[in-house]
Design a protein. Sequence first.
Length: 343
Amino acid sequence: MTTDTTPAVHETDVIIIGAGPCGLFTVFEAGLLKWKCHLIDYLPLPGGQCTEIYPKKPIYDIPGFPSVLAGELVENLLKQGEPFHPTFTLGERADALERLDDGRFCVTTSRGSVITGKTVFLAGGLGCFEPRKPTIASLPTYEDNGVEYIIKDPEFYRGKRVIIGGGGDSALDWTIVLADIASHVTMIHRSAQFRAAPDSVAKAQALADAGRITLITDAQVTDLHGDGALQSVTITHNDASTRQIDVDHFVPLFGLSPKLGPIADWGLSLEKNAVTVDPLTFQTSTPGIYAVGDISEYPNKLKLILCGFHEAAVALNYEFQRQHPEKKHVIKYTTVSGVGSLP
């Protein structure tokens, strides 16, 4: 992997904005078409959220892997793309996009790097994001002193008393994982209904029934207490009754507040803070620019990594035909054609 740390000029076939799982898989699919790729990401390392936010989190919906850690998935995707020699500009934000007179695209980054290519793939996930924080006056006092918004390494919580706030997939998933690591996990959700996969809800309920976790619904954390570091929290139930629980860590997992950043000003059609695409080709409102993964929006969209992989494969093969209408493009199975390196 070649990583650029100074402003530079690069020429490539495919400009990929976002080096998360979908961006990394785009490298592989483009390589099968003998196209070179250059990836741009604001984060300092490839992998997107899988590297930055939850490298130790198990992922269960990658075909062929009953369970794979997010960090391992990134490592495997990097290895899968190695034969095609992708290059990277990391730690820089894609700021400006323009179409050149010869039909190519030019992307300029926040540090002045310039990348030109024949097509652009937006694979920026949720874009620029920050965690949604609960409205608790004492919250800032304990940030990094018992309050964390992201779980990077579950071992950090070994033997600790942990309260997880939230009722979505992330809150349920981490409750299940930490049940075997923390001394005790309490999950608190303001409703009795969860916004998560039914299987995860069932697993959490089974843990609660077995006494391995405490599940509190129709309630929320309303205050934090401690001398320097977090020591306890106040829980207020929907009936206005309160109680105090001793705890070492409070992890509110209320989702991320996504922002498209500069991409929102590139003249592309947008919806729901995402880029709208043709569901048959995943092309945006600008020919030659595609959006795959969480950043794309179309009817019946599923924000799953495996769906982003599919979108990248379809979009690349459509773009190949668009660039080479004179060629008869026949998809070959890699079991037949193999995986050769670029010339």
